[in-house]
Ligand binder design. Structure first.
Ligand code: NI
Length: 169
């Protein structure tokens, strides 16, 4: 397995729209394994393929405390949603920034698993937040885009400063 490089906001590649996976094959399963290692190493509770510059409809989520419940969603679609919740979100592509975002409280999501088998899942709370956040990445959307332009520009400036810092090391 390989730890993959995570794109950081405001990298334009984060705004790429991901294509559906046509065939759940060994290449996809390799990507899933590499993404899982990358997510746990970070550490994070969710990762979209977009964030590792692979523009295919694949997200991983593990909201368990002991990191034992990896959930894989290929070509995910939200088929039902209800309610509202506010949650302080973070993102591996926007390190050390946490901001409140309003999302659906309950969702039903349909997707394919790592064997290409279709499944449906009802989620609420943190898991629902995480799935919605990761699915946004597949549409080229980063959570800071829900914030006011003022806040978003501040974050953007901070991230650019940080990136320059990395380069100077
Ligand atoms: Ni994210």
């Amino acid at each position: 397995m390989t730890i993959l490089a995570i794109l950081h906001y405001p990298d334009a590649r984060l705004h790429t729209i991901a294509k559906p996976v046509a065939d759940v094959n060994d290449d996809i399963r390799q990507l899933i394994d590499d993404m899982a290692e990358t997510m746990y190493d970070a550490p994070g509770i969710g990762l979209a393929a977009t964030q590792v510059n692979k523009h295919t409809q694949l997200i991983l989520v593990d909201t368990s405390k002991d990191k034992s419940q990896l959930q894989v969603f290929i070509n995910p679609k939200i088929t039902a949603k209800s309610g509202e919740q506010d949650f302080d979100e973070g993102c591996l592509s926007v390190p050390n920034i946490y901001e409140s975002v309003t999302r659906a409280e309950n969702i039903t999501v349909e997707a394919l698993d790592r064997n290409g088998k279709k499944f449906s899942l009802n989620a609420d709370g943190l898991l629902a937040v995480c799935i919605q956040h990761e699915m946004d990445h597949l549409l080229g959307k980063v959570f800071v885009e829900y914030l006011s332009p003022l806040k978003r520009n501040r974050i953007r400036a901070k991230m650019l400063k940080l990136a320059r810092g990395y380069d100077e090391r």
